[in-house]
Design a protein around this ligand. Structure first.
Ligand code: BGC
Length: 348
């Protein structure tokens, strides 16, 4: 397995019937701080080891240099496949050249690695669809097609260094923009272009301080905010903290969206503070990635279902997109507990 880039051609790398036994795989996750990355990493490690791979799983503490040196170590240790969720989409150019020189196959996991030709595959949930779900949830919750409004809304999007952040934002905004254009939804702060609403590193603290500033500047006169589009759970948490401290005894929460179904946010959903969270079952994504790794190691044709959407600036990266769903307080038992993702006790 060390003489050829495993599965080097998507049109079949030779179909040698090799098994994954003995192949080393490096998994590079951004941080342990958000529950989801722990679930992603654990699930992939478990399934890859069961398939006979040797696995090196590392978390980089949201620090780009740590991620790069972890990847260098993996390459030097003989990993032939790397599964990477980049911290910054465009910071891995040199280390990926090093990977290419050693015939390593690179799978970009959940987040797309940008600006490098050496990204072989991408596995993700459909990001645009996830954003559209958040937008549609707001439309339905405020009953925008039937009520005259106007309703007030604010927006907190993700990290501009993460290529996905823009897909989430555009999926949601393509649904919401017609209502903004018609005046039914009003972004009272006037901040709605991506640069104004983005949140560095998806940071809860940054989302919170921006939300505090917006509430103080535009809502102190009693104006009510009816919806707050948040691209994920860490930004939603910041917004909820800001609302909790701004309205010291708030019984009323705007329709706040999220993504990831973190425990903390599901609990907030059950308390009526967060309305929904897009659920991207990390077991689905991890299993799809493992399937891809096995196909690569065996030199088989690698399954992809999107050959057009994900241009990383150097190439269109062949991708496998999984479909997200959403959870809210009405369906969470079925989606999150009956599916075995969480236990009842974890959420109560
Ligand atoms: C992921 C989200 C996650 C965010 C912050 C994004 O790339 O798609 O699920 O909430 O990063 O870690």
């Amino acid at each position: 397995m060390d003489h050829v880039k495993p599965g080097a051609g998507r049109n079949g790398g030779g179909g040698s019937g090799l098994i994954s036994g003995g192949v080393k795989i490096g998994i590079s996750m951004p941080t342990k701080d958000l529950l989801r990355w722990n679930c992603d990493g654990d699930q992939m490690k478990y399934e890859l080891e069961a398939a006979g791979f040797y696995v090196d799983l590392q978390y980089a503490n949201n620090d780009v240099n740590t991620q790069i040196s972890q990847l260098e170590n993996m390459i030097n240790a003989g990993c032939l496949i790397l599964i990477i969720a980049p911290i910054e989409s465009s910071s891995l150019l040199d280390v990926l050249e090093m990977a290419e020189a050693k015939n390593v196959t690179v799978i970009s996991y959940d987040r797309l690695i940008m600006d490098s030709p050496y990204v072989d595959y991408y596995v993700t949930f459909d990001d645009y669809m996830a954003g559209a779900m958040q937008g549609e949830y707001i439309v339905n919750s405020l009953n925008l097609d039937n009520y005259p409004g106007p309703f007030n809304m604010e927006i907190s999007a993700g990290d501009p260094a993460d290529n996905k952040a823009f897909f989430y934002y555009s999926g949601a905004m393509d649904v919401l923009r017609p209502y903004i254009d018609s005046g039914k939804l009003v972004v009272v702060s006037g901040q709605w272009d991506f640069d104004s609403v983005s949140t560095q590193m998806w940071s809860t603290e940054q989302a919170q301080s921006r939300a505090e500033n917006i509430l103080a500047a535009f809502y102190s006169d009693g104006t009510q905010v009816d919806a707050w589009l948040c691209s994920n759970d860490s930004t939603a948490l910041g917004v909820i903290n800001a609302i909790d401290s701004f309205y010291s005894s708030s019984l009323y929460y705007p329709v706040i969206t999220g993504q990831d179904c973190n425990y903390a946010n599901v609990k907030l959903m059950l308390e009526g503070k967060q309305a929904m969270s897009v659920f991207k079952d990390t077991r689905t994504l991890a299993s799809q990635t493992v399937r891809m790794a096995v196909q690569i190691a065996n030199g088989e044709v690698v399954d992809v279902n999107d050959d057009v959407t994900y241009n990383n600036g150097k190439k269109v990266v062949p991708s496998y997109l999984c479909a997200p769903v959403f959870a809210d307080s009405y369906n969470y038992e079925e989606i999150l507990i009956d599916s075995g993702y969480y236990t009842y006790d974890q959420l109560h």
